[in-house]
Write a protein that binds this ligand. Structure first.
Ligand SMILES: [Zn+2]
Length: 201
């Protein structure tokens, strides 16, 4: 069992101030969080930087990912260390993820840049039912969507500043291994929970 934050932005996202070095320092010192996914907007550069900084540590897992802006809303692809080819259409992204053995998550479906109920039209793998920078109400709606679609729910802090890191987390039945984590998410072996410090709770 590991604790993981599956939605983090570094300063390689246009709207985040999190420096990869301070992220790695905080992660290394953290008592319970040992796994993070880097999900910068439309780039994997932040992931590459963080990965480079953590390469010396064996007890930390950095999951490659990207939060892609599609015309319908944002989609997170976890398990890719390269950006999907454009144009970023939802079905093309799902096909890209399938080829890579990656996982497609609908982040904050009922917030700005969320897919909303149109997520039901697509073969995504999971719904972000607990987003650290989203209202309780919108997160509840996301839980309902996951239930309706019969999909696992996951948590992500959506941190854009250092003090927003891992405010919400997942307990995942996996070891510190990217493939195991991705498989566990697909199987729903994930339990999202809040630390009570999430941004708008
Ligand atoms: Zn985000």
């Amino acid at each position: 069992m590991i604790q993981a934050d599956l939605h983090i932005h570094t300063k390689y996202s246009f709207d985040s101030s999190i420096d990869p070095k301070s992220l790695v320092d905080q992660l290394y010192r953290h008592q319970s969080i040992k796994a993070i996914a880097i999900t910068d907007h439309n780039t994997v550069e932040g992931y590459r930087k963080v990965r480079e900084l953590t390469s010396a540590y064996s007890d930390i897992l950095v999951i490659p990912g990207i939060e892609v802006g599609t015309p319908l809303g944002d989609l997170i692809v976890l398990g890719t260390d390269e950006a999907p080819p454009k144009p970023w259409d939802v079905n093309d992204l799902i096909g890209f993820a399938e080829e890579k053995g990656a996982v497609v998550i609908v982040p904050h479906p009922y917030r700005e840049y969320g897919l909303g109920s149109s997520a039901k039209l697509y073969a995504v793998d999971a719904i972000e039912t607990l987003n650290g920078s989203t209202s309780l109400h919108a997160n509840k709606l996301a839980e309902g969507l996951a239930r309706e679609m019969g999909l696992p729910g996951v948590a992500g802090s959506d941190a854009h500043k250092v003090d927003e890191l891992w405010t919400v987390r997942n307990e995942i039945q996996a070891s510190l291994n990217v493939d195991e984590v991705l498989k566990a998410i697909k199987k729903g072996l994930v339990k999202p929970f809040s630390t009570g410090k999430s941004i708008r709770f």
